[in-house]
Design a binder for this molecule. Sequence first.
Ligand SMILES: Nc1nc2c(c(=O)[nH]1)N[C@@H](CN(C=O)c1ccc(C(=O)N[C@@H](CCC(=O)O)C(=O)O)cc1)CN2
Ligand SMILES: NCC(=O)N[C@@H]1O[C@H](COP(=O)([O-])[O-])[C@@H](O)[C@H]1O
Length: 191
Amino acid sequence: MRKIAIFASGTGTNFVALVQAIKARQLPAQVVLLVCDHQDAPVLQRAQAFNIPSFVINFKDYANKAAAETAILAALQARDVQAILLAGYMRIIGPTLLAAYPNKIINIHPALLPKFPGAHGIEDAFQAGVKETGVTIHFIDAGVDSGPIIAQKAVPVLPTDDLDSLETRIHATEHVLYPDVLADLLKKGAL
Ligand SMILES: Nc1nc2c(c(=O)[nH]1)N[C@@H](CN(C=O)c1ccc(C(=O)N[C@@H](CCC(=O)O)C(=O)O)cc1)CN2
Ligand SMILES: NCC(=O)N[C@@H]1O[C@H](COP(=O)([O-])[O-])[C@@H](O)[C@H]1O
């Protein structure tokens, strides 16, 4: 049973999709902690609803990223976390956590990397006028959105789309792809 932490900064729909899929599909994993860097993020209420403990960290309380990640690492180790899933976590993972979890941190990105990296992948693709974008799941490395790609799923951009309709289609794709990739990685013993 792999002990997993999910890191999130905002709404938490991917958090919910993962927690629900682990239960519904009886995956050999347990989400033992939510790590969140915003004390008012809606994902915190979603974790509470699932009786999953949260660790809230305010980076402004720490001298630097390393100090903050050292505090996060203590919370992860206290719960024997073995792997980390980023799900809308809007901070760059630094050397402290990368060293502690080599090839054990994955991220979901709402574009077909290497296209449209960064914090605004959906909007950037929409503004670029592409006819197709998608979702990427990749291992985290020291770069930003540069880690080895695990899976991708293309999502069409329709002529009738506005940003909201595209975001809805992207999120629906994410909520299937992330649990599918998690199940596959667990089956392979790769996480
Ligand atoms: N080491 C890594 N950390 C993270 C990655 C990654 O590939 N390597 N992916 C991001 C997720 N992400 C896009 O998918 C992303 C999130 C946030 C930012 C960003 O620039 N955020 C802040 C900077 C905050 C900080 O310094 O920690 C900003 O807007 O200035 C870019 C990409 C998750 N982490
Ligand atoms: N660069 C990272 C990034 O943009 N991640 C994106 O944040 C959203 C979180 O939604 P959620 O909080 O509803 O899961 C998701 O669309 C995810 O792909």
